[in-house]
Write a protein that binds this ligand. Structure first.
Ligand SMILES: [Zn+2]
Length: 356
């Protein structure tokens, strides 16, 4: 059984050519280990949307037909769609979650969430958290919601998360500016909504160790990136994964595969900083569970995977990866035909390629 080619990609930024199951870019390992069956670990999958029914923006949009199909799938009894804050709290506190606990998030305060998507989610009784950059509301553009709309959503039970003030590339600006972004957005949330959110999502999914610390210091309880995968108590609570959904990667097949996925539990991920200091990165991790058929698919570059003993996986690239965002998705066969999934997203500054 192989992961379908479309399952290996996770965002609009990834080129289809990079994700073919047969491409030279993939790396695999066939070390046989005991099948994992760790049903005692509570885990969750969180999805991320942006725009709804705005087909001029296919890389951040989902069609209303696609959304209807997702909602119909989530209404099946095997799924347990929960408030993202409750999922995060349960995992942080070591409390049990139902199998297939699912969270729904929406980044940016696009008006199409208010006008198109929320009525559909609400009718289905599905809770949603919206991550808002406060300037997106303050600037008054018509494609974004107004503060009145956000207040109306809050009254109806929609949860609000932080997303910086100006939607900056946080790992690319001075840390003092990151702190100012967080302070300004907290102040605006307090003025307009009367509270400061407890969950954060990094704009563009871009983080670094310094940015993570600033978000922690600002009082947030957890933060999400934009890398694929489910998560459990072994996850970095300030870089939790989400599966991105858009017109290209919004098919029901991919949605089902993601909704049924399990985390691939690892530790000692390198590089440890999600903004690269050297390029190509020396990517690797230590498996915390036996895992069969580990395969890794980089969004850019050709990778060679090797297993050091049963637990350590090292992936080497044949050369520097392109500046911008670099993703690598690793999968392994899990129990009951489900996939274990580890996605990583690294910000790649320009000019850090290793000489020679
Ligand atoms: Zn955003």
């Amino acid at each position: 059984m192989a992961v379908p080619a479309w399952a290996q990609s996770d965002t609009a930024t990834q080129k289809a050519a990079d994700v073919s199951a047969n491409s030279g870019g993939s790396a695999s390992s066939d070390v046989q280990a005991k099948p994992s069956a760790s049903k005692d670990d509570s885990s969750a999958v969180v999805f991320m949307y942006h725009r709804f029914g705005e087909s001029d923006y296919p890389s951040t949009n989902i069609t209303l037909d696609q959304l209807s199909a997702h909602i119909a799938e989530l209404e099946k009894p095997k799924y347990h769609v929960m408030d993202v804050a409750d999922i995060v709290a349960a995992i942080a506190d070591g409390k049990a979650l139902p199998d297939r606990a699912i969270g729904i998030t929406v980044d940016d305060a696009y008006r199409s969430f208010y006008s198109q998507a929320w009525p559909m989610f609400k009718k289905a009784g599905l809770p949603v958290t919206v991550f808002v950059s406060t300037s997106q509301l303050d600037d008054g553009y018509e494609s974004y919601m107004t503060w009145d709309m956000v207040r109306d959503l809050v009254k109806q039970g929609v949860k609000i998360g932080g997303h910086s003030d100006s939607h900056a590339h946080l790992s690319s600006i001075p840390i003092a500016d990151v702190k100012a972004e967080l302070a300004k957005s907290a102040q605006r949330f307090k003025q307009e909504l009367g509270f400061v959110p407890e969950l954060f999502a990094y704009p563009y999914g871009e983080a670094s160790s310094d940015v993570q610390q600033a978000v922690r210091d600002a009082g947030y309880k957890a933060a999400f990136g934009q890398q694929s995968g489910g998560f459990d108590k072994t996850a970095d609570m300030f870089y939790l994964p989400r599966f991105a959904l858009n017109e290209h990667y919004g098919s029901l097949d991919r949605f089902e595969l993601a909704a049924n996925s399990l985390p691939l539990d690892v530790s000692d991920v390198t590089p440890a900083d999600y903004t690269l200091q050297r390029n190509p990165p020396a990517f690797g991790f230590t498996l915390l569970q036996p895992a069969r058929d580990v395969q890794c698919y980089p969004s850019d570059g050709t990778a060679t995977l090797s297993r050091l003993g049963e637990e350590r996986v090292e992936v080497r690239l044949d050369g520097p990866v392109s500046p911008g965002r670099w993703r690598i998705n690793c999968t392994a066969a899990g129990p009951d035909g489900r996939w274990r999934w580890l996605g990583m997203l690294y910000t790649v500054p320009k000019g850090i390629e290793n000489p020679g």
